[in-house]
Design a protein. Structure first.
Length: 477
């Protein structure tokens, strides 16, 4: 049994802003179920919500701050969570990265540097917890200083660093490096210095024993200028220590057989029942109720990364076809307004809901026929996996985790029954529109369509598969 300290800035259901929280809430749980001793460490934010008891363990002194270590459990599991309690940094209204007005924290570097230092004390068994991990598994830039600081320790645990999105790097002015009072030997171009600035992410990439990211294709992409954000050279240099492991999904929460958010549960053997969810979706969104009209769904942040501009370019041509389009998401105000305008002028074909609604998200996955995900880049992506599980055919661009999880419907894959969706290459409206037209043709062949649905629904995207791959990685350290 290995002892694993899982270092993260957010964990679902305690606090969540994005996909990192889903991974942090699922992977340690899956590792514990496979017999490992995995524990989570994260900051004790004011906004944390839990039904579990929180108890005090110890106080340590780090960089002139007295910091408490508190212990709780991941709700509904036996997984131990250690909360780094530094009230002047974390007991304030807002989320992990932004204050209550939505502005990035002015002291982000100080907050996460302190969190990293405390994590190192815990990892070196200097925090009176009587537990020393074999492996410290860090995630994203907020924990990037942990491998860097551990590199200076004698008989330290092994380190793994997972990149969830290269676009976020934790870069600060060089003055911040001085004010943080970090060890001098880390400050050089082969360390945490990045063109005269301090890069938290670089600390994780340079000093960890192994680097992982959330899909095999993204692991290759980040070694190129297009996706590497200036660190592609370093990642290419470390390619022998870099690998991609696809995220799992929460198969209890996203399960059409037991989903309490949808009006009719079903599985791959009772697929005809899926159409009742389509009717419920059309009724809820005031669209004409007609089972024969293909419904396209989209749940996304409305930003360029997600290819929303490509969809806006395609909408005029989409509207000439017999289809309906339902969208749930928020983001860029300009995109929101343009989508609203389309919905207002075509209320019988388009429904746009700005915001996030968990129940509606499940209703769209179950009620749509086709799911659009034309991302410019996507480290892993989850909705294309949810869609397959719900028998909703994804249309995705060939990038990152989308390329690794969706098998394009071409004659060969349709013949050998491995196809699960439609894949296009170029991030252009023309390429997306061609994939949409291909889906409309396939939709008119019920037998082929049902085969696509069934293949996707039978695939195993559980966390236990991904956790097994992490365990193999840990055993090589």
């Amino acid at each position: 049994m290995k002892k694993i300290l899982f270092v993260t800035s957010e964990t679902h259901p305690l606090i969540k802003t994005g996909g990192l929280a889903d991974v942090s809430g699922s992977l340690p749980k899956a590792l514990v179920e496979l017999g490992e001793d995995a524990r989570i460490i994260m900051p004790n934010y004011q906004a944390i919500k839990t039904t579990e008891e929180i108890r005090y363990l110890s106080t340590i002194y780090v960089n002139n701050y007295a910091v408490n270590i508190l212990e709780t459990r991941l709700p509904g599991t036996g997984v131990i969570v250690w909360l780094v309690d530094a009230p002047e940094f974390f007991n304030v209204p807002g989320n992990p990265y932004h204050d209550k007005h939505g502005n990035p924290w002015a002291n982000s570097a100080e907050r996460f540097a302190l969190f990293c230092r405390v994590t190192v004390e815990v990892a070196m068994n200097r925090s009176y917890l009587d537990w020393k991990p074999d492996i410290v598994h860090c995630n994203d830039w907020q924990s990037g200083l942990v491998p860097a600081l551990l590199s200076l320790e004698y008989s330290r645990p092994a380190t793994v660093f997972t990149i969830h999105n290269m676009a976020y790097q934790g870069i600060f002015p060089s003055a911040t490096y001085l004010s943080l009072n970090l060890p001098g030997q880390l400050w050089n171009p082969y360390g945490i210095e990045y063109y005269g600035m301090l890069s938290f992410l670089k600390g994780g990439l340079v000093y960890s024993d192994r680097i992982t990211t959330v899909s095999p294709t993204y692991a290759k992409e980040i070694q190129t200028a297009e996706f590497g954000y200036g660190l592609e050279g370093l990642l290419s240099h470390r390619k022998d220590f870099l690998s991609g492991i696809i995220n799992g999904i929460d198969t209890d929460h996203w399960n059409p057989e037991t989903d309490s958010n949808i009006s009719q549960t079903y599985n791959h053997l009772t697929l005809t029942k899926k159409r009742l969810n389509k009717t419920a979706l059309q009724e809820k969104l005031s669209l004409p109720v007609d089972d024969s009209i293909p419904v396209f769904g989209l749940i996304s942040r409305l930003i360029e990364q997600k290819g929303i501009d490509l969809i806006l370019e395609c909408l005029p041509e989409m509207l000439t076809h017999r289809l309906q389009f339902v969208l749930l998401g928020n983001g860029n105000k300009g995109f929101e307004q343009r989508l609203h305008n389309f919905a207002e002028s075509h209320p019988d074909k388009i429904s746009v809901t700005i915001g996030y609604d968990e129940t509606l998200a499940h209703m769209i996955e179950a009620g749509a026929d086709i799911f659009l995900m034309p991302s410019r880049f996507e480290p892993c992506g989850l909705n294309q996996i949810y869609s397959q599980r719900y028998g909703t055919i994804p249309i995705v661009r060939k990038t990152g985790g989308l390329a690794d999880t969706v098998v394009d419907a071409v004659p060969e894959t349709l013949d050998n029954k491995t196809a699960t969706g439609l894949v296009f290459n170029e991030a252009s409206p023309a390429a997306l529109m061609e994939a949409i037209k291909r889906s409309l043709i396939l939709y008119t062949h019920p037998k082929t369509w049902k085969q696509l649905q069934t293949t996707g629904m039978k695939r195993d995207y559980s966390w236990s598969t991904s956790a097994q791959q992490y365990m193999t990685l840990y055993s090589h350290l």
